[in-house]
Design a protein. Sequence first.
Length: 187
Amino acid sequence: MAGDNAIIVGALAAGLPAAQRKQVIAIGIFAALVLRIIFAVAVLYGLESFKHYGLVFGGGLLLLWVAWKMYRELRPHHKHDAQDELGGIRPPKSFLAAAWAVAAADVSMSLDNVLAVAGAARAHPGIMVVGLILSVALMGIAANIIAKYIERYRWIAWVGLLVIIYVAGRMIYEGWFDVEPMMRAVL
């Protein structure tokens, strides 16, 4: 469940100095936890129908934007500077840009994860809380490891980008079925 989030957070934090990378990942973990708690409370109060208002579709579009930003950071500007000290990965423009990208990715992916955990836990809030905390903790640990490997092996960042695009595409595809009836009514 947290695997795709860990790849995204790790890939977005890669290229930053170690201290900033840890801070960006901490922001991502905090944002993920807060968003999951908010969404979990909404699901507990029977608001699962939120996904029928295009949130999954919109989240997929937001994640696609995150993928575009990551692609722009991965590709080298010129052929002669493709192999710099970061293995060709351009660092995000700033700490704030990386933190914003992590938060945007968390927003787009949190609802799906909470719905899955809530579905597995059914009406047992304690199980759901443990599942959410475990999911976020594993995401943080894995994101740190992934970020370190991405800095050493550039090709992993491209695999991470493909995972992000796949998840975004899946969310857009699945979310379209929720949005399509509204779109037909409008058109």
